[in-house]
Design a protein around this ligand. Structure first.
Ligand SMILES: NC(=O)C1=CN([C@@H]2O[C@H](COP(=O)(O)OP(=O)(O)OC[C@H]3O[C@@H](n4cnc5c(N)ncnc54)[C@H](O)[C@@H]3O)[C@@H](O)[C@H]2O)[C@@H](O)CC1
Ligand SMILES: Nc1ncnc2c1ncn2[C@@H]1O[C@H](COP(=O)(O)OP(=O)(O)O)[C@@H](O)[C@H]1O
Ligand SMILES: [K+]
Length: 500
């Protein structure tokens, strides 16, 4: 699990590393520059002209290291130093002195020098204006520089952080629009929020050897999931296992015309390792579920077309409810009865979430540790609108606390919140999964894991990561455009295999 620290904690981490590790700050900057260049050389052709725009702080110092190293690799490099009111940092000055080819370094200290600076012949622009030291909105000359960079057609790469972006709070003003950000040591909270994609682009972490112990002891509520975290949670099968002890789940899903949701969730649940599944369906839909998910038993509703009669949950380890059930009054009443009789945590998705939003008194009936899996539209119905994505995250944490349960807010970096305020962001998955039914697959998977005895938070973590991982394997074969929800199910087996 990678910790996500604030800008202040990162400053303390840098300072602590320099104090306690056998490395000077200028050598640490060299390491950061080397890490960047090693990535860069693997991705950018040497025939490209590279423009590097540097501030005069340590981010600018990184830019100067990068310039010096890229020259040794025969890239055509141009450097611009943007002078503001702040003084040069010591390590910036040291690296400026190390550049032998001074004629490649241009200064921008006023509007005139800016207008005569031509970025347009650069194929790639590297932004090293500001990093984590940004302390206020960017204005004046620096703002004009960022706008000019943004206006070029060059491929844009940010060093550590796109200039102008606050990493731990909402940003205001002009921000560099990177196609790619290579960030040092740890992911940054702002990178995980959809509103910042336009600035951060795709991103990757490169390690530069900042103090591990300091990171371990740093206090944070935000984490990015890694494969090894999920691997550590996975339960093995035992030789004498039988279907009865691999979990019994009840899935309440589907209605007339929306049986796909039930089929996808049921098939995903079985592929995720469930022992026994009962799918509760409207009577007219019995044949459909029996034909399409033969591993599942069926429980038949009193109504032909939608969910109206609550099946018994006795002897059931986990219940998943919601995909495709619709919003009829009788469905609401049957859902209410389900909540009243449930003692174990439920997995609540889709229409069942909308029922909770439409009838907030139902929230009080949710068994503790239940898992809600809204997409942003469903989440908005539950909590109202948000001012920005940081606000959305606060609302998610508060809502988890309010219901005493787990909220899985779905998206490119699905966030999982628990009542104690901790947030786990997912790192698997891809845009090919933005397709009808992929959420139903996730519901089946999480329900399956919950029934198999995973603790609710673990079931959410494993389910979300495995779902994304299966999607990542599927996309290699199917491609982003053609991937469909059933493909995610087909790739659960190799995803499990990879994780083990
Ligand atoms: N030892 C370290 O501290 C390391 C730092 N590294 C780099 O250093 C960066 C952080 O460096 P710094 O702390 O020097 O910060 P920055 O380089 O981000 O910039 C800070 C400077 O800009 C000024 N400033 C802040 N906001 C401004 C604004 N809106 N308008 C105008 N001026 C503004 C500050 O007063 C300060 O002088 C990291 O992002 C990373 O790139 C790396 O070299 C790794 C090692
Ligand atoms: N751009 C994306 N990158 C990664 N995962 C995505 C992306 N878009 C959607 N997903 C995943 O696909 C699923 C979509 O769920 P949902 O919106 O409920 O779809 P549906 O209701 O059609 O089943 C979620 O698990 C989400 O995290
Ligand atoms: K930068």
């Amino acid at each position: 699990m990678l910790k996500i620290l604030t800008a202040e904690q990162i400053r303390a981490l840098d300072a602590h590393t320099i104090m306690n590790e056998p490395i000077t700050s200028v050598d640490l900057m060299e390491r950061a520059g080397q890490a960047f260049v090693s990535w860069f050389c693997r991705h950018v052709d040497v025939v490209q002209t590279v423009g590097i725009i540097c501030g005069t702080g340590n981010n600018g110092g990184d830019g100067l290291v990068i310039a010096r190293l890229l020259l040794t690799y025969n890239y055509k490099v141009k450097v611009w130093i943007v002078r503001g009111e702040s003084k040069e940092s010591t390590d910036f000055t040291a690296n400026l002195n190390r550049i032998a080819t001074k004629h490649l370094v241009n200064e921008i200290s006023n509007e005139q020098e800016l207008s005569s600076s031509d970025f347009t012949d650069c194929h790639v622009l590297i932004d090293a204006l500001f990093g984590t030291g940004l302390s206020r909105k960017v204005v004046g000359l620096q703002e004009a520089v960022i706008k000019k960079m943004n206006d070029t057609t060059a491929y844009k790469i940010a060093v550590d952080v796109p200039s102008g972006l606050q990493i731990d709070k909402p940003s205001i003003g002009t921000i560099f629009k990177a196609d790619f950000t290579l960030t040092f040591q740890l992911p940054k909270l702002a990178f995980l929020l959809p509103e910042n994609f336009q600035y951060v682009g795709n991103w990757q972490v490169v390690r530069i050897g900042l103090d591990k112990k300091f990171i371990e002891t740093s206090d944070t509520k935000h984490f990015l999931l890694e494969k090894k975290d999920v691997k550590a949670i996975l339960k093995p099968r035992n030789k004498f296992d039988h279907k009865g002890n691999n979990g019994k789940a009840l899935l309440i899903a589907g209605s007339y015309g929306k049986m796909g949701a039930a089929i996808l969730a049921a098939r995903a649940a079985m592929r995720t390792g469930l022992g026994l599944l009962t799918t509760h369906v409207p009577s007219a839909c019995l044949t459909i579920i029996q034909n399409s998910a033969p591993e599942s038993m069926a429980s038949v509703d009193g109504h032909e077309h939608y969910f109206t009669t609550t099946p018994s949950c006795e002897d059931i380890d986990a219940v998943g409810v919601g995909p495709g059930i619709g919003l009829h009054n009788e469905t609401k009443r049957a859902f209410e009865k389900l909540l009243q009789q449930s003692k174990k945590p439920l997995v609540v998705d889709a229409d069942a979430i909308t029922l909770l939003a439409n009838h907030p008194s139902l929230l009080l009936l949710l068994p503790p540790q239940s898992i809600l899996t809204p997409h942003p539209g469903e989440f908005r119905r539950l909590v109202g609108d948000w001012a920005n994505d940081f606000d959305r995250l606060e609302k998610q944490k508060n809502f988890s606390k309010q219901i005493g349960g787990i909220v899985v807010l779905k998206g490119a970096h699905t966030s999982i919140t628990s009542p104690n305020g901790k947030v786990y962001f997912n790192s698997s998955g891809n845009p090919g999964m933005a397709t009808a039914g992929s959420g139903d697959v996730l519901t089946g998977m999480i329900m399956s894991l919950l029934a198999q005895g995973y603790k609710p938070l673990d079931a959410a973590i494993v389910g979300v990561f495995l779902h994304g991982w299966a999607g990542d394997l599927a996309v290699r074969k199917m491609g982003e455009i053609s991937l469909i929800a059933s493909d995610i199910i087909d790739f659960i087996p190799p995803a499990y295999h990879d994780l083990r």
